[in-house]
Design a protein around this ligand. Sequence first.
Ligand SMILES: [Zn+2]
Length: 129
Amino acid sequence: MDISISDYLRKKILSMNLYFYNMENDDIKQKILDEIPKTEKLIEEYKDMTKPVAPDVAIGRISRMDAINNRSVTEASLRQAKLKLQSLKRVLSMYGTPEFGRCIKCKTQIPAGRILLRPQSLHCVNCAK
Ligand SMILES: [Zn+2]
């Protein structure tokens, strides 16, 4: 094992962490600001899709069952999207406070990678289980 290489890698990883840490807050805020209108739009779309199927619409029994099945799937997506929106707004409300980017349960710093993937994260990986 070449020590100089592992040393180089260690320094490289450290500087990457630092890079993540520095870009973190503004980047996350921007990501949340992008995500909120997208999620709101999605909620509107799901709401449209979950409107009750009018009984007088001339579709067969099977397609009616299909429509009902699709509706329950859409309703589940709608619930998820609403939760996501709530979390996004909560994360955004913590911007500029020491709570921002920390797990609301155990208060540890949530890794930037996780937040960039799921900006609505309120929990670290351990607490989210
Ligand atoms: Zn935690």
